[in-house]
Design a protein around this ligand. Sequence first.
Ligand code: SF4
Length: 352
Amino acid sequence: MTTGALYFEPQLRVLPKLLAWFDRNRRDLPWRRTRDPYSIWVSEIMLQQTRVAVVIERYTAFIERFPTVGSLALAAEADVLALWSGLGYYRRARMLHQAAKVVVAELDGHLPANAGDLRQLPGIGAYTAAAIASIAHGEAVAVVDGNVERVVQRLAGMGSEASDGRAGLDRQIRLFAEAMLDPKRPGDHNQAMMELGATVCLPRNPLCLQCPLVANCKTRGEHPTPTRARMLSQDAAYALVLRGGAGDPEVLLEQRGPAETVMPNMWELPALRAADTRESAHRMTLRHAIMQVNYAVRVFSVAEAEVTASADSSARRRWVPVGELTSLPLTGLARKVLERAKLASFGRRVPQ
Ligand code: SF4
């Protein structure tokens, strides 16, 4: 395999086609209406592992509540997590919050303007640094995310593995993406590549007939797409415990421990052991996916004593007035159950 520049040389003519296509087809997304590096940073962190439709709903509320890096740095972590509810992968929110504090404390409130310095901040990797630097500051640095990887592999006809393994393949993809980068409009070019991967060069059944690069593509979709890891299935049971009358209802919630690897410190419904569930108390069943696990979740309306008998007694529990639910950092599953039970409305669709 040759270097990216040589490898790609015959294809440099695709650049005008790609940007012309992007200019005609770009989706009007809230974070594309700004060059503010902080807003772009927030959107890029949210977009990691979360669908665009969900991010649109959460991004606007987050930016309204924390319009500057300074306002985010001053916020309490619980408020940041509450605004992040529904996006999942809460470690991203904590890192964003932590990095905002570093920017304020050490950089006088100004985000670095180049990718190399951006990468020194907590939670900002090569992808996010390149996205912020190219879109907000016009730095000619290529973004390589999963979508770009797929487009590049198909365009160049790369195999799914290089002779020197995965690291070698990553290097080839990066070289190719860098050779392809349009130095005059690097931010738009990077967004065009990501957009092409997200809307046309789809993982399965790419829409090659709609692709602006079809004449330059070495595979036109005839390329092995790595198979996704299989989802696991698991059962889970939770308790919905209420007290108070119709005028002043409260719901029993418990807080996950600070050392939990998933969603530490978030609030959720108390879990029940399967052996302690009663069919007569069954209230609803729903599906919920976390990472690679699909949960079949059964929710039971029970009394507090049944929870105490069944669940881990070390959990921190609290009676929460229904009116305060929306300001608490809740897990996605808790939000889903509370909405389904008509105890809270989060004003947007809860992600599946
Ligand atoms: Fe992807 Fe098809 Fe376009 Fe090639 S022609 S880049 S496979 S959508």
